[in-house]
Design a protein around this ligand. Structure first.
Ligand code: RP5
Ligand code: MG
Ligand code: MG
Length: 271
């Protein structure tokens, strides 16, 4: 199990002055004593105002490690049962230097889904490009509005939504700009995606080393790969979306590079 790093970033995302308590690598596991540990307490104003997607401010009112029927929310973790201390869930990967929920709506796991849409990189003769004798893969990357980092076009699972629906919806919204599309174009996108997303391969299920994570709220995802062998199914539209050729030097949001590496291994592609 790898140590979370981005979940210990010094300044909490979208703030200037929320600084995490510094947690050295060896003090990350809860099992290691750290008596001087004094994490900053931060829950953003938008989460505290309790919009529909956010929990009540008091975690003691919530039943964890199960499906919560009261709000159609899956409070189980893919990491197994997590600890709940004095009614408050504890990050299964250890200390982050911040308690509260930060900008995450849910106490405990916040579930997301990440579509990894791939095709082979092709030259002007339509031949697959090779590096070191291996075919080069490309994936659909989006540039995140919150921090400008390139990422998979993933998003949060809505209440009661299944993850395949999240994958299709988020890909439509983030990579194909379906939110701003005409009703005709929306229907066209939905049809295309439902067809294309029929056969996917699960690449990863579990904790994400996301910079928004705290001691009591964290991201988990299901990442699925949809490979377009002929490279003709999905086009790119917006300026902040592109087919990105894959190599091991890419810098991506959260743990997305790990999911990309697993995808590359599955396809025997260049890394
Ligand atoms: C990451 O945050 C997940 O891997 C997913 O890509 C993303 C979901 O959050 P938003 O894109 O909705 O902010 O941890
Ligand atoms: Mg997103
Ligand atoms: Mg989204």
């Amino acid at each position: 199990m790898s140590l979370h790093v981005k979940a210990r970033c010094e300044v909490y995302p979208r703030t200037q002055d929320v600084k995490r308590f510094i947690v050295p690598d060896d003090k990350v596991p809860w099992s290691v004593d750290f008596p001087e540990y004094d994490p900053i307490d931060y829950t953003s104003k938008s989460v505290a105002s309790q919009p529909v997607w956010a929990d009540s401010p008091d975690p003691a009112t919530i039943t964890f490690n199960c499906i919560d029927k009261s709000c159609n929310s899956d409070r189980r973790s893919n990491e197994g049962n997590y600890q709940v201390i004095n009614g408050c869930p504890r990050n299964p990967r250890g200390r982050t230097g911040c308690k509260g929920r930060g900008t995450l709506g849910k106490w405990g796991p916040n579930h997301a889904a990440d579509p990894i849409v791939t095709r082979w990189q092709r030259d002007s003769n339509n031949e697959i490009v090779k590096q070191d004798g291996k075919p080069v893969l490309e994936f659909v990357a989006v540039q995140r509005r919150d921090n400008g980092e390139w990422a998979l076009p993933g998003g949060m699972v809505d209440a009661g939504e299944n993850r395949t629906a999240t994958l299709t919806r988020e890909f439509g919204e983030e990579a194909l700009n379906s939110i701003d599309a005409t009703p005709e174009r929306k229907a066209q996108i939905q049809k295309l995606l439902t067809e294309f997303f029929k056969n996917g391969k699960t690449i990863y299920k579990g904790y994400v080393d996301d910079p928004r994570n705290t001691d009591n709220a964290w991201m988990e995802t299901k990442a699925m790969n949809f490979h377009d062998e002929q490279g003709t199914s999905v086009g790119d539209d917006a300026a902040d979306v592109k087919w990105m050729p894959i190599h091991k030097g890419l810098k991506l949001y959260a743990s997305h590079i790990d999911f990309i590496r697993r995808t590359v291994e599955n396809h025997g592609a260049y890394w």
